[in-house]
Ligand binder design. Structure first.
Ligand code: SAH
Length: 349
């Protein structure tokens, strides 16, 4: 059945008219779903029983359920493990910043990109998330915390560009004026570098921030960490980023996870500086979050600062990602994996 929560207002209007109902009903229903965040058709109090019955016949009302919530004692970050209706699990993170609340969502169940340091990809891809399932992570967190979300980052499990159509639909719904109306400028989409999709994304005329997971200053090193580097070169990725900037005037963010002894020496900082010179963007340094399945270690503080300094001296904009929720399985996919280990046989995967 079609998910009503994945329909745009114009799609919904068309369908409501097909059901022989007045057009304004579509707007009311859309508001119940995307502004008032009701949990089911029955909560739409100004919609007649007859129309509700028709809706139930034609559409499903996507739900997710928080199976686990972990709260960080350090910074109040909350990590949610959500169960989807088919029994699969995804995780989302809620972070409180001075400038507002931010939610990091998953875009797929698992991932097929195979990045070496990432826990989300260890069992491959199970399936894509629908627009409704991406939205619902934010909606359910809003219901549970009682606080408005102002920033959304698509940096949880999954490769968003590998689920392109649903991603774009999701962004349009999330930032729709008649819906939750989150500013596009407050949405960030992170990709490991699916070049053709990045260009298509630029052509969507959105105002969101694009982040490229770079993690290495040259192709050779990048291939060691990220299988996708065998398909697209860094040069091609940067060309796609330049195109994105040309089209949107949004500065791209280059993600660089620092792994001790792997990609964090001064020579690599110099090489990265040369690589990024002249590209409109800034570097986000992330101390790698070690996962137990792999032997990668985080660079120590002194090394991280030295790496940052080198970039700064070379005129590259750089920040060190503030670490949130380190005490609660902060790294992508860790909570889901842990849950799976603790409850064998329960999850569909
Ligand atoms: N697939 C997308 C988005 C999900 S990952 C992408 O590759 O960008 C979000 C970011 O976290 C990416 O930059 C990813 O490379 C990084 N990441 C994944 N696992 C990590 C870990 N254990 N430590 C640090 N960064 C990690």
């Amino acid at each position: 059945m079609d998910e009503i929560k994945s329909k745009s207002l114009s799609e919904l209007t068309e369908e409501i008219e097909k059901l022989g109902e007045a057009k304004f009903r579509a707007k009311q229903i859309y508001e119940w779903i995307h502004v008032k965040l009701v949990k089911d058709f029955d909560d739409m109090s100004n919609i007649s029983a007859a129309l509700k019955a028709k809706l139930k016949e034609n559409y499903s009302f996507t739900k997710i359920r928080a199976e686990r919530v972990q709260e960080s004692k350090i910074d109040g970050t909350k990590k949610f493990l959500f169960e989807l209706e088919d029994g699969n699990f995804v995780e989302s993170v809620w972070m409180k910043y001075h400038h507002g609340n931010s939610v990091c969502i998953s875009s797929q169940v698992g991932c097929r990109m195979g990045c070496k340091f990432c826990a989300s990809t260890l069992d491959g891809l199970l399936r894509n998330l629908s627009p409704a399932e991406m939205l619902e992570q934010i909606y359910e967190i809003t219901r549970l915390t009682g606080e408005r979300v102002s920033n959304v980052v698509v940096m949880g499990t999954g490769e968003p560009m590998d689920n392109f159509d649903n991603l774009v639909k999701f962004i349009r719904l999330l930032t729709c004026e008649e819906g939750l109306n989150i500013s596009q400028r407050n949405v960030t989409v992170s990709t490991c570098g699916l070049v053709p999709k990045m260009k298509e994304f630029a052509d969507e005329n959105l105002q969101v921030t694009l982040a490229l997971s770079l993690h290495a200053p040259n192709d050779e090193k990048r291939k060691e960490l990220m299988p996708i580097a065998n398909r697209y070169t860094i040069k091609e990725c940067l060309e796609a980023c330049d195109y994105y900037y040309e089209k949107t005037r949004r500065r791209v963010s280059f993600e660089y996870s620092l792994v001790a002894g792997v990609n964090d020496n001064d020579k690599e900082a110099e090489e990265l500086s040369r690589l990024l010179k002249g590209h409109n963007g800034h570097v986000n340094l992330i101390p790698v979050n070690p996962i137990k399945e792999r032997d990668y270690k985080r660079s120590d503080k002194a090394r991280i600062f030295a790496f940052q300094n080198k970039l700064e001296k070379n005129g590259i904009n750089v920040t060190i990602r503030r670490e949130m929720g380190r005490d609660i399985d902060g790294a992508c996919g860790q909570l889901r994996r842990r849950h799976k280990e603790e409850t064998p046989g329960v999850q569909g995967d």
